[in-house]
Ligand binder design. Structure first.
Ligand code: GAL
Length: 323
């Protein structure tokens, strides 16, 4: 997050042998993106045994913070998994603060948009898929139904699953939550309310059945670009890319933006965010995690410039680079 000339970098405070949040979401600040100051824990988890949704030992992944001009609050969204339940809960969490370094106050957590059909799904499909809920998994029939929105229908009552996620704020100040849903099979893009603290209920499915995670979005010359990864846990895989003229789609998938050695594993990393280059227009930094699954707290980061060839983003490895 860039705010008043300072960058803030948020992330789960990780440990050697667990991905669980034992402390909370950490934050660092910087004036130049090179030198970082540890600002401590921005959102603290609740003590073990408290039974709170964000009790110590829960999973908090991919936190993103945006500033709301109207309320003057900093709003944090994150992927939340409840303590002791693995990746089953698949919830979002929201917290707010008066300061970018916190303390953030937990507001609420849950599934998204319960009872609401995506804008790009017909009511008649819902009816049809309701009778397909018992299809045997991984069969061609199941695959076709899954692409059409089988899991949307299954989860209409309790709300849609939320896993890997990002927040994107458009030029008009509208914010969107983009997350892996439907058992990680399909991304959802959901509009946030004016205070950025909840959903308006408008949402679409993006690239159904492509199993994208780790989404990152940027708007370049009027077009929306999405870079994401496939689903291979902490291990890297080839990045995916899609483009749309309208945030609501249709989204068109293109090739892996990476070229050269190790392009097939995104230079040993996984997308996490795309940052505008300070003081420039239309220049971007691709930010990615290089996970160390054997010692998560020793994971590293890969930042690369986004180049454009014939108007299409390209990522190349550079040992060092500047703009
Ligand atoms: C990754 C995902 C991470 C984390 C991990 C757990 O694919 O991007 O956020 O959930 O799986 O294995």
């Amino acid at each position: 997050l860039l705010h008043d000339g300072t960058y803030y970098w948020y992330g789960t405070h990780m440990h050697e042998n667990t991905a669980a949040a034992l402390k909370g979401v950490g934050v660092y600040s910087s004036k130049n993106l090179y030198d970082w100051k540890n600002e401590g824990i921005a959102l603290e988890v609740f003590p073990e045994g408290s039974g709170h949704k964000i009790e110590s030992g829960c999973l908090i992944e991919r936190p993103k913070v945006i500033f709301n001009e109207k309320t003057g609050k900093f709003v944090m969204w994150f992927h939340l998994e409840l303590k002791g339940q693995g990746y089953k809960a698949a919830e979002y969490g929201v917290a707010i603060s008066d300061s970018p370094v916190g303390p953030f106050k937990f507001l609420h957590a849950g599934r998204s948009c319960s009872g609401i059909i995506p804008m790009n799904m017909e009511a008649s499909v819902v009816e049809k898929l309701s009778s397909s809920l018992n299809l045997k998994a991984r069969t061609p029939e199941w695959r076709a139904a899954m692409k059409e929105g089988l899991f949307v229908v299954r989860d209409l009552g309790k709300g849609q699953m939320v896993r890997d996620m990002t927040i994107f704020v458009d030029d008009d100040g509208k914010a969107y939550h983009v997350f892996a849903s439907e058992e990680n099979n399909t991304l959802h893009l959901a509009e946030l309310t004016d205070d950025y603290c909840g959903y308006t209920g408008k949402y679409v499915r993006v690239l159904p059945g492509r199993a994208n995670e780790a989404p990152a979005i940027f708007k370049h010359k009027g077009q929306y670009w999405l870079i994401a990864s496939g689903c291979t846990g902490w291990d890297p895989n080839p990045a995916r890319m899609a483009v749309a003229d309208d945030i609501w789609g249709p989204w068109k998938e293109l090739d892996n933006p990476c070229v050269g050695d190790k392009a097939n594993i995104t230079f040993d990393s996984q997308s996490t965010f795309i940052l505008p280059v300070p003081g420039t227009k239309n220049k971007w930094i691709f930010m990615a995690d290089r996970w160390n699954s054997k010692n998560l707290k020793d994971s590293r980061y890969v930042w690369l410039p986004i180049e454009f060839e014939k108007g299409v983003p390209v990522l190349r490895w550079y040992d060092s680079w500047n703009y």
